[in-house]
Design a protein. Sequence first.
Length: 614
Amino acid sequence: MLNIESITKGFADHVLLDNTGMQINSGERVGLVGRNGHGKTTLLNIIAGMDHPDDGRIIIPSGYRIGVLSQHIEFSRPTVLGEAMLGLPDHERDHFWKAEKILSGLGFSEQDMQKDPMQFSGGYQVRLNLAKVLVSEPDLLILDEPTNYLDITSIRWITGFLISWPREMLLVTHDRGFMDNVVTHIVGIHRRKMKKIQGDTSKYYLQVAQDEEIYEKTRVNDEKRKKEIELFISRFRAKARLANMVQSRIKTLAKLETKDKLAELKNLDFSFNYLPFAGKQVMTVEDLSFGYEKKSPLIKNFSLTIYPGDRVGVIGKNGKGKTTLLKLISQNMNPDEGWVKPNPGVEIGYFEQTNIQTLNPQFTVEEELLHAYPETDRQTARNICGAMMFEQDAALKKISVLSGGEKARVMLGKLLIRPLNLLLLDEPSNHLDIESSDAFVEALNAFEGAVVLVTHNEMFLYALANRLVIFTADGIDIFEGTYQEFLEKQGWEDEEMIPVKRKKSAQLPKKELRKKKSQALAERSKQLTPINKKINKIENEIEAKETKMARVNNDLLDASQDQDGLKIATLSKEHAKLESDIETLFDTLAELTERADKIKKKFDQEIFCLESGD
């Protein structure tokens, strides 16, 4: 068990965490969410002892072991297996089979385990670090973006592994589906505070939205009430006969808490610039072959026709040639045999992680966008900068000072500024947070052109793909159907090796789903209608009484100027009665609104479960 008590952390004048805390209890697997730059990695570093809070403390039990996935590459053993075994606890130093099992699940073959770790790509070296931390069996396992270098079969394997993890876990990932599958709780960093709920990301974001809606309603009502009291005090402060009433309101005003208006939080605002295309085919790929070694081609006799509106998911294990295929289709590489022919009028946008090296370090963000599409104007470039969260002076930052994630956003901005009708995307979500990934999926859905997407994020595949290019052990297959249909009809080659994920109940047939949703909506309406009628009635009553109270205030002012004592006394009683009635009505309104919100939440969750098959 780990306690975080009232910590504060900031850099210069930028506060990330402000007097906030949470607790990780025994056996909890916690997903940590929050926008990029809001403190997730900083919090992980504080818990791991690699950073410290400005105030507050972390309470860790004596002997409690924390294991952290390191992105730092440093190996001291001549073989992959020997390096992985360094992570084994002292009393299990010779239990090589534990290391073998985890290495196998992460995509290492038996032959790979006897090779030098330095022979592998950076992605496989990070996998080796992941294996070392998994075999160490710590009390708290901290994983920061563990899926970035994993293919889908490895992600599905580690999903099962983590579901059966018997101790505590803290996970940061942009892959929402992966997180929802493995966690028991969500902790969100939101407006410099931590909020913890039991459940998945959908439940967390729904709760945050409802909390903010209630906060804003309460703030508006409090502001309105405060102005009414201040108006009364200013009008009658000098009137001796009303001194008691004025003092009472001064005390009431002092007790009213001032709530700040919530600052607007910016999300990435994706909207691709579509170039109309009238042709029946966007691109033809015919008998394509390519290999870095001529004796063992990665791609052999591959053909594909891409049509307008296609959403082609390219999937398979790492190292099989997915990125190479995209480079060939984009014509950034030449095939050994075959040809790629885009139809006239096709404009291609290509996103690849390594393409950030093509950015000019001396350009500002704005200049990089203008250089990508010189026909655009500066205001449009600035709008794209804002959409990519480079607002105002941030658009004038030099590329050289940007982080890897910020450079990836610039690359996405270059796709947004040009009119396109074919998008080729290689793992575009790796540097996006969950909110931005959701916005990206929506933008791709709305794009009228064709999309070819290499991704290991199953949420993207479920949401987008209508066709699949599948790299298998024997070559490349084309599956005409959605990702869900692929899993049902074909599935992954080594599915039997992958531990079973937390299962969802079978998806209802569409007709039955529509019926159940209609019934749920009808029942929600039935329960909400009488409450909404009462809310409307009370709001009208409040408005009428506030109008009447404003008139009484004016009459009181006139009576005070006329020094009409009897009228002042009568109007003061009427004013007090109206004020009491309004307070009572506001209390009732808050109660009814809370009831309505609970009903909405209940049915929103029911409908969500119906649609997702939970």
